[in-house]
Design a binder for this molecule. Sequence first.
Ligand SMILES: CCCCCCCCCCCCCC(=O)SCCNC(=O)CCNC(=O)[C@H](O)C(C)(C)COP(=O)(O)OP(=O)(O)OC[C@H]1O[C@@H](n2cnc3c(N)ncnc32)[C@H](O)[C@@H]1OP(=O)(O)O
Length: 504
Amino acid sequence: MAEESKPSNRKGKEKEKAAKKLHKAIDGLSNEQVTQLLDLNPALATELANGSDDNPNAAAEALRRLNLQDIMTGLASSGKNVKDMGAYKFWATQPVPKFGEEQAANEPFEEGPIKIQTVDEISKEPAPLIDGFEWATLDLLDAAQLKEVWELLNGHYVEDDEAMFRFNYSASILKWAMMPPGWKKEWHRGVRASQSKKLVAFIAAIPVELRIRDKTLHASEVNFLCIHKKLRSKRLAPVLIKEITRLCNLEGVFQAIYTGGIVLPKPVSTCRYYHRAINWQKLYDVGFSPLPANSKPQFQIRKYAVPERTSTRGLREMQKKDIPAVQDLLTRYLAKYDMAATFDKHEVEHWLLHNKKDAPEEQVVWSYVVEDDHKKITDFVSFYCLESSVINHPKHTNIKAAYLFYYATEVGLTDPVSKDALKARLNALVSDSLVYCKQYKFDVYNALSLMDNGLFLEDQKFGPGDGQLHYYLFNYRANPIAGGVDKRNRLDLENLSGIGKTQI
Ligand SMILES: CCCCCCCCCCCCCC(=O)SCCNC(=O)CCNC(=O)[C@H](O)C(C)(C)COP(=O)(O)OP(=O)(O)OC[C@H]1O[C@@H](n2cnc3c(N)ncnc32)[C@H](O)[C@@H]1OP(=O)(O)O
């Protein structure tokens, strides 16, 4: 899943107020440290800025509640869900690595499953739900049931910290994300109110062949966990997670990958969101983009202007005939990352090729290839569309966001690789994809610090966001994977990222 993220420097005034309080409360913090603390912890900034001015200890108290190391590394990015291992009542019972484990040795360990089970040991029946609720399998081929899932997510799925924006996955993106080759109806699991039959909770999984370093797991990818707002904090999430685990186990799948904006035991990697304004004025109007001090709207609009035309010779829309070449190129390119999915030709078609028979407004993914003079496909780049609802805004109801998806280039596959050449090529490809984003009327282009993105994010004017995406593995112990940001949550241009897996 994605995490709702916004540019991290949005609230100038609020940050100024919070910074003053921090300086007052804690001697010896430099201006840079204060700025960084607040950038990494927007919730802390809000709390400080809105807190009483009469209590000089408030800032120190707010800080004490967070672990300083976590704050400085950005793990406590929102201040939410940062708790001792013992407080993870549910997760402490699950086959996931715990905080503090393996840290003492600080040496790479043998990677592998945490708990070994067989299908025979798995219950054929779901755990009972509390009175008034019942399990349901959702048939997403049925438009009415797809609409029910859409409605639940549309009203109750992920929001940003300040509840300004909420992901609005369209029906087409839901089908795309939940029905790739090999999808199973049984893995689209919901809870209904027994009387009204209203869908009140949902969780989904899809199959994925996931390579982690030298081992490939026959795993699942869990996403779209959502509980109706009225049923929150009733420990229903663990029930849904155990149920999807059971359903995966019944199919012989014992490992899973999932992502989220909250800190759970224990991320295998953490990436940061970056945002590239396209329609700056609209992003400013809805409170997504700030107007930096000493700037003016017209400067911002000029700064984010996008060229009218693409510049890479041979760039064109991907077609069906390109599937074998793109699959080959993508497979070789992803091999360099510590973690990546493996894609067969059907999966490449599903994830990258827009079906022209669908109505234009149903288009979810845009992919472009570069064909050289010998008709060889040398590069490709893709992005997908995920809108967000703007909550309670008088003028705008949605933000149309493009998310950078997969890309690959022969320039990154030479031996040895020239980092300068790769940087130049990726900048050209992403800059051209931005041209298409603008043509298709996207308001913003989002990307994470994964893959080789560190090579172009700053050049292409992507700014750091306040959101992070933590990657988790279920029932698999793996050494940490670089998320593309350093300990201070800034782009790690030297090491880049070991993550070659994107999440919808
Ligand atoms: C082998 C196959 C394995 C398959 C399974 C692999 C694992 C898959 C794991 C799921 C991957 C999902 C990937 C996505 O879809 S991430 C998207 C998550 N969805 C949202 O953020 C939508 C809006 N929020 C909600 O709908 C609810 O707040 C949710 C449903 C998130 C929690 O509901 P609620 O707020 O009413 O809480 P509770 O009282 O029922 O339960 C509290 C317990 O739940 C733990 N919790 C809270 N949020 C998450 C979270 N995002 N991942 C994992 N655990 C989470 C929490 O730490 C606590 O446990 P513990 O701290 O006491 O230990």
